[in-house]
Design a protein around this ligand. Structure first.
Ligand code: M6R
Length: 608
């Protein structure tokens, strides 16, 4: 989704803003722009399409000055045009503003402003903010911004500069992330920490209704009532290498290949094999409260939701806790039955997904215990949940999640052990889990070594336009995630289904042109899944199977097999998703798509 960057300091602002915009590209965008200020002059350039188009404009228009703002836009209100790209400016071209979020009452505000004589040039909701600021501006930018914010309904992360109040940047936030990086007397503002990690690791996150005024003398934080706030500086643990491709052609492939290490990082310091238990620092303080919990609800979106489905099987089977998984976008508008014996667990890589955040706020309002599994340290969901566990896998840049998904599964196993060992799980079972968790990184390496084989399979299967992914029990959510990867990256129609449910409808689709990816390990549902695949074979459907090493029988019904090492059934999804990620990746690449910038998608969905 849209990206924001701002800079104020001693250096030329343009190259720093441009670099930040490039680092934000992965979030998805369709146009970009920047405004750079020099004494009492501000120059603005905007263009549609890739950032290279903006660079071409910069090459022929000198942008001098050491403060400014930039933006990558992902269209919501209004088509992809230069006029609709950010920054937006007022009638006098005095104030320049970039915005992430949605202004819900913009129509009404726009009509009023037009009556008052303001001239609009774009179809965006954002432009009303800059005209409102113009209306209230009397020489002090932050005052005008605060007056404007009081009339706005909706969500925003906004960054504003003005020719008539120079060398100052005003930043404000409501429900859309924004942070300020500090480097001596230089300040860099961004919607996403990965955009500034090359520049500084010291950051301050804004909270809702905060306003920051950045000048060469420092930053002043206030709320909308002008009360001064003291904010905490945090240190980013990410390093620059993690935010670069490191020799791989795509971030997606780099992150797939990083999984042995990211799994290790998610486990590090948390598994105590000799006692068959896990230690989760983030939950220690509320251990007593957790013992009273009789029911869990997991709330998430997209792949994080699918990880939650695996969690449901795990928590019910091994910890004996009744668990339910809900899409955040549905949950937030329902009247869920919640009580003091229920805890709600929110799963989010970014920690900023709008629906998940809104659901979290509703649950908190009702006084129920909230937990989080979040990757981005300091993100809104990580800050607002009562307790939680970080993934510790560094930034995930690829729009299609890979290493975050496997890490979410690992942490769900850890949570199951945490609850399970306090309840029904035996010492020996706890210990067996711990041992197998430690074996995951090496087994993941083994699967990644089959990369070339999977690339060849992608060549073979790229002629098909529709795919069915089937799995049962722990592998059913995996079928959903495998199919999602294919849709996102290779733009191929794919349906994830429970293998047993397939005969209740989707089987009608099967013919020689409709291949099935069958996830069929030698586990508690092996025989049943084999029967389901037989039904596909009978109807001439091509089958590509994911099977257990040494299973020769499977070859009798499938056309192709990817073999995976054996591990405990509930841990299998952590390994088995890897070949499905690779298959989607190679299909996307062989069909000629830019897998790091899949069309219409955004890394972090911060609008509803
Ligand atoms: O950051 P979150 O985990 O909250 O994001 C949730 C979904 O938007 C995300 O998993 C999405 O489905 C990915 N594109 C999947 O690859």
């Amino acid at each position: 989704m849209c990206g924001i960057i701002g800079y104020l300091g001693k250096q030329e602002a343009e190259p720093i803003i441009l670099e930040g915009l490039k680092r934000l590209e992965y979030r998805g965008y369709d146009s970009s722009g920047l405004s750079v200020g020099d004494k009492n002059k501000i120059t603005m350039l905007k263009s549609v399409g890739p950032i290279e188009n903006l660079e071409k404009l910069i090459a022929t228009n000198a942008l001098v000055g050491n403060w400014g703002i930039g933006h990558t836009r992902w269209a919501t209100h209004g088509a992809v045009t230069q006029e609709n790209a950010h920054p937006h400016t007022d009638c006098q071209k005095n104030i320049f503003l970039v915005h992430n979020g949605i202004i819900e009452n913009y129509q009404q505000l726009k009509e009023q402003l037009i009556k008052e004589g303001h001239r609009f040039v774009s179809e965006t909701d954002t432009e009303v903010i800059v005209h409102l600021i113009e209306k209230f501006f009397q020489g002090n930018l932050e005052k005008a911004v605060i007056q404007a914010l009081k009339l706005i309904k909706g969500t925003y992360a906004l960054v504003v500069i003005s020719r008539d109040d120079p060398e100052k940047i005003v930043v404000a936030k409501k429900s859309s992330p924004v942070l300020i990086g500090l480097n001596g007397n230089e300040y860099i503002i961004a919607s996403d920490p990965s955009a500034i990690v090359s520049y500084t690791k010291k950051i301050i996150y804004l909270d809702d209704d905060d306003v920051a005024v950045v000048t060469k003398n420092g930053i002043q934080f206030t709320n909308l009532n002008y009360e001064i706030l003291t904010k905490k500086t945090q240190t980013l643990e990410w390093n620059l290498n993690e935010a670069q491709k490191g020799g791989y052609p795509h971030f997606m492939l780099k992150e797939i290949m990083e999984q042995p290490q990211s799994i290790k990082n998610s486990l590090a310091g948390r598994v105590i094999e000799k006692d068959g238990i896990v230690k989760l620092g983030g939950l220690e303080n509320i251990k007593a409260r957790l013992q009273e919990i009789k029911r869990l609800i997991i709330v998430a979106c997209g792949s994080s939701y699918f990880a939650g489905l695996v969690g449901e099987y795990l928590l019910e089977e091994y910890a004996g806790i009744p668990t339910k998984v809900e899409y955040a976008s549905e949950f937030r508008y329902r009247q869920p039955v919640l009580d003091k014996e229920t805890a709600v667990l929110f799963i989010s890589q970014s920690g900023e997904t709008a629906d998940t955040l809104a659901a979290l706020r509703e649950v908190k309002r009702r006084g129920v215990l909230t937990l989080g599994i979040v990757n981005v340290v300091g993100s809104s969901i990580s800050r607002e949940t009562d307790a939680g566990i970080y993934n510790h896998i560094g930034p995930e840049i690829g729009v299609a999640t890979t290493k975050a998904f496997t890490s979410q599964l690992v942490i769900l196993v850890l949570i199951t052990l945490f609850f399970g060992r306090e309840r029904q799980m035996s010492f020996s079972l706890g210990q067996a889990f711990c041992q197998e968790l430690y074996s995951l990184p090496a087994l993941a390496e083994k699967i990644l070594a089959q990369r070339e084989n999977i690339e060849n399979l992608a060549q073979k299967y790229k002629k098909y336009h529709n795919f069915l992914y089937l799995g049962r029990k722990y592998n059913y959510p995996l079928a959903l995630e495998g199919a999602l990867k294919l849709k996102e990256i290779a733009y191929l129609h794919a349906e994830g289904y429970s293998a047993g449910e397939m005969k209740h409808g989707p089987i009608a689709l099967i013919d020689k042109n409709f291949p099935t990816v069958g996830i069929v390990f030698q586990d508690s549902v092996y025989k049943k899944t084999i029967s389901n695949l037989e039904e596909i074979k009978t109807r001439q459907g091509p089958i590509l199977a994911l099977a257990t090493e040494g299973d020769e029988e499977i070859k009798k019904i499938t056309h192709d097999v990817i073999y995976l090492p054996k591990i405990k059934e509930p841990l299998m999804p952590i390994l088995a998703i890897i070949p499905l990620q690779l298959l989607a990746y190679y299909l996307g690449v062989s069909l000629g798509y830019d897998v790091d910038k899949p069309r219409n998608l955004a890394k972090s969905v911060t609008v509803e």
